[in-house]
Design a protein around this ligand. Structure first.
Ligand SMILES: Cc1cc2nc3c(=O)[nH]c(=O)nc-3n(C[C@H](O)[C@H](O)[C@H](O)COP(=O)(O)OP(=O)(O)OC[C@H]3O[C@@H](n4cnc5c(N)ncnc54)[C@H](O)[C@@H]3O)c2cc1C
Length: 400
């Protein structure tokens, strides 16, 4: 019997654990360790501040489905790994493995610039989204300027764009839009770059949205400093702000940085080949945001990172599972799927509107790439949410 320990069980880790068990059956023992007992559909967090979703609508306890599918679930925080003795240390004991999958996602670097941790809101956690809901209740009593954006080194610009268009819609619904100067700030070289060097029509479409919704924007800027009522940009400009939501950079989690033998890069991401195997330890694998993905281009002025979205996270979980099965069968030919060659599949919510983004590859060169705006309603985004929650609740990890 081969024992695989998977650390982190949301998009990438849940898929990897279920797929190893589905393919490996009785020959494989799979232990999934996650500090959270819940599966959380993170993309819908952008709707929580505006009351369109509650946290309970977009999360569920994952122990039930894992148990049903034969995966052992341990609700614990992994603290570090010793790759030589093949032991993972957690706050609830030690676990020995034959194979290890690291799918721990990101840690948010709130201290990217002075004052950001204290004065900016962040929508990417349940707590952060609920804090925004409360702050907006206060804001609407006495509206003022708003700044939304991504900081230097951020990679998840798409979610910040989604929040921008959703708050713009909310301001109109609250009938206070005319009282609010709305600013978008981004390190991207141009609007709609998204950390993937754009898509056909992306820049003109996003510029058109900014004009249509009367949003002021600044590209190629970072945040130098924040105070309670202002955001000071790296170009020296000072934007007054009564409410600020920023997407800071993602870095590797403490488990990774506390395990120096993993040789993570400066940002705390784990090195991996196109087969998602660690270059130094053939029984350590990485999937999802935890993977180090080098940028295939150089940002013009302000640094930013590549997005690591749900689809590639899920796909890399599948590749890792397939490769662990192959290795345990004694096969030497492994499946390879370089991150940048995974298809780009994403729906950007634009406040009860949406833009569907499809390409044959995430990074250029691509032979097919298209952005389809849908100004009628964001029903594809809703469909994506319902589908993904249904698929995960039922443990159908083999589905796309
Ligand atoms: C606001 C927002 C909106 C987004 N919208 C979209 C979208 O519309 N479409 C899209 O494709 N992508 C979107 N994304 C990106 C998407 O959420 C990620 O690609 C995806 O969650 C990455 O999956 P992952 O499994 O690598 O990491 P995560 O989903 O973050 O999972 C990591 C897991 O590891 C666990 N963990 C971490 N450290 C430890 C530890 N030491 N011990 C035990 N457990 C640990 C965590 O509890 C968590 O369950 C969005 C992201 C954000 C923040």
């Amino acid at each position: 019997m081969t024992t695989t320990v998977v650390i982190g069980g949301n998009f990438a880790g849940m898929t990897a654990a279920l797929e190893i068990k589905r393919k490996g059956k009785e020959a494989h023992k799979v232990i999934l360790i996650d500090k959270s007992p819940l599966f959380l559909f993170i993309p819908s967090l952008i709707w929580v501040p505006f009351g369109r979703r509650e946290i309970k609508d977009i999360s569920f306890r994952k122990d039930g489905i894992l148990q049903k599918k034969g995966v052992d679930f341990i609700n614990a925080e992994a603290l570090k790994v010793d790759p030589k003795t093949q032991v993972v240390y957690t706050d609830k004991g030690e676990f020995k493995y034959d194979h290890l999958v690291i799918a721990t996602g990101p840690k948010v670097k709130y201290d990217v610039a002075p004052g950001v941790a204290e004065h900016a809101y962040y929508v990417g956690t349940p707590n952060g989204a609920m804090k925004i809901r409360k702050a907006l209740e206060e804001f609407k009593k006495d509206p003022g300027p708003i700044v939304v954006g991504a900081t230097q080194n951020a990679g998840c610009m798409g979610a910040a764009y989604e929040f921008l268009f959703n708050i713009e819609k909310w301001l109109r619904d609250q009938k206070i839009r005319k009282k609010v100067d709305l600013y978008w700030i981004t390190p991207e070289d141009y609007l709609g770059h998204f950390g993937i060097d754009g898509m056909p029509l992306a820049e003109s479409m996003l510029t058109g949205f900014m004009k249509m919704f009367n949003i002021h924007f600044r590209t190629q800027v970072g945040v130098k400093e924040m105070e309670k009522d202002k955001v000071i940009l790296t170009n020296g400009e000072v934007l007054p702000s009564k409410f600020t939501m920023l997407m800071p950079p993602f870095i590797g989690v403490d488990f990774v940085t506390n395990s120096p033998e993993l040789h993570a890069n400066a940002a705390g991401y784990v090195p991996a080949g196109d087969d998602y195997r660690h270059p130094d330890y053939p029984n350590i694998w990485t999937a999802g945001i935890a993977v180090n993905v080098p940028l295939p281009f150089t940002p013009k002025t302000v640094p930013f990172a590549a997005p690591k979205t749900g689809y590639p996270s899920d796909e890399t979980g599948k590749v890792v599972a397939e490769n662990i099965i192959r290795v345990t069968k004694g096969e030497t030919k492994l499946k390879e799927k370089p991150w940048g060659k995974i298809p780009g599949l994403c729906i950007m919510d634009a406040g009860k509107k949406e833009v569907i983004i499809v390409s044959d590859k995430l990074f250029k060169p691509r032979s097919f790439a298209i952005m389809i705006p849908n100004v009628i309603y964001d029903f594809n985004k809703i469909l994506f949410e319902k589908y993904f929650l249904w698929k995960t609740k039922n443990g159908y990890s083999f589905l796309p």
